[in-house]
Design a binder for this molecule. Structure first.
Ligand code: ADP
Length: 345
């Protein structure tokens, strides 16, 4: 069989053609780019040393059905990335030739890893309140059966833990919703003044419970390109955090600023939410928007946190072509600034 070299050179995936002695008869341009040199005439084991791979190839020669094999190349072997790359190798036999087709599955594997660590985090976060609920129900039914005061105390704990599970589920649903919409760019004209006024009214009661005041300074009609519900979620999460973490009898200041530019696509609205709370140590700041990251888990739980609030903010802002800027000083307070493109049509 004649190898269709010019066709194979146009295929984006690396393809290596072997003869039955497992020597390289041909490698396409994508393979040349991957390994940076042509290994024609060499045994395949010079290119891929993994014994599992060699066994796989030999089994294919014996006509056994093979599903493909995953091989990871470190950066000193492959030349296209500083990070290891994983390929799925598939072999097709044709006459006396073996066609090795390599599919880069690095990104797919990275996403799988994120997904499975997310699932294990969610299960863990759910398991803790659920175990506590089951434990206290058991106690109420048995040892605390005749102790009214203890029963009341345990029922309060059960209520608190159930509410925590509900908050977690609510945040997960928001997360899911945002992820499915992530690729759709929001395009409504949203007046940030209206968003902030609505939240300030909604959260006034919560703030008053800690004798805190939500104060708007220098806020005016400022239009951005966005989605109303999404932006409501962003500012609710940030202002709720300020209420949760800042000290009693303090203010939360909100103000607007505009980053102007002659280039219309480079103009941003900046909304700063400043609190006078405990502040956050520098080493934590870059990690705050990770899912389930909390500086002090016990404190976060005691104020009803789920560890998802800021990662929801980050996701929404990414969808809006914006970002979150966090500044903080321990003992003085924190400011969370939302940066989003101005509506310019
Ligand atoms: P949580 O549900 O735990 O509040 P978030 O994702 O909203 O989760 O926030 C992550 C962590 O960032 C919190 O657990 C808390 O430690 C810290 N944090 C967020 N906002 C503030 C703030 N205004 N002041 C101090 N710490 C904050």
């Amino acid at each position: 069989m004649k190898i269709p070299t010019s066709i194979l050179d146009h295929i984006e995936d690396p393809i290596i053609v072997l003869n039955t002695s497992l020597k390289i008869e041909f490698q396409n341009e994508a393979t040349n780019r991957l390994f940076d040199n042509d290994q024609k005439g060499q045994h395949i084991s010079l290119l891929v040393r993994d014994p599992a791979f060699l066994e796989y190839i030999e089994n294919t020669l014996l006509d056994e059905d093979n599903e493909g094999i995953e091989i990871t190349f470190d950066s000193y072997i492959q030349k296209i990335s500083k990070e290891p790359i994983t390929f799925l190798f598939n072999v097709k036999k044709s006459d006396e030739l073996l066609f090795l087709i390599l599919k880069n599955i690095t990104e797919l594997k990275r996403k799988d890893l994120i997904k499975s660590s997310f699932i294990s985090n969610v299960s863990h976060e759910m398991k803790t309140p659920l175990s506590s609920i089951i434990g206290f129900i058991e106690t109420i039914k048995n040892s605390a059966k005749d102790d009214e005061a203890a029963k009341r105390k345990f029922i309060n704990i059960i209520e608190k833990e159930s509410l925590r599970m509900k908050r977690l589920l609510d945040d997960l649903m928001v997360f899911n919703h945002i992820e499915t919409e992530e690729s759709i760019k929001p395009k409504d004209k949203i007046n940030l003044n209206e968003v902030i006024q609505e939240i300030a009214t909604n959260l006034e009661y919560e703030a008053n419970k800690k004798n805190m005041q939500i104060k708007t300074e220098n806020i005016y009609d400022l239009n951005v390109l966005g989605n109303y519900d999404n932006l409501l979620q962003v500012f609710s999460n940030l202002i709720e955090n300020a209420i949760k973490y800042a000290n009693e009898n303090t203010k939360i200041l909100i103000n607007f600023e505009q980053q102007k530019s002659n280039n219309k696509t480079d103009q941003f609205a900046l909304v700063k939410i400043k609190d006078f709370g405990p502040g956050i140590e520098k080493s934590h700041i870059s990690r705050l928007t990770e899912r389930f990251y909390t500086v002090d888990q016990a404190r976060s739980r005691s104020v009803g946190g789920t560890g998802l609030g800021l990662s929801i903010v980050k996701h929404i802002l990414k969808r809006h072509g914006g970002k979150l800027i966090i500044e903080s000083e321990v003992g003085k307070g924190s400011s969370f600034t939302v940066k989003i493109p101005i509506y310019n049509h």
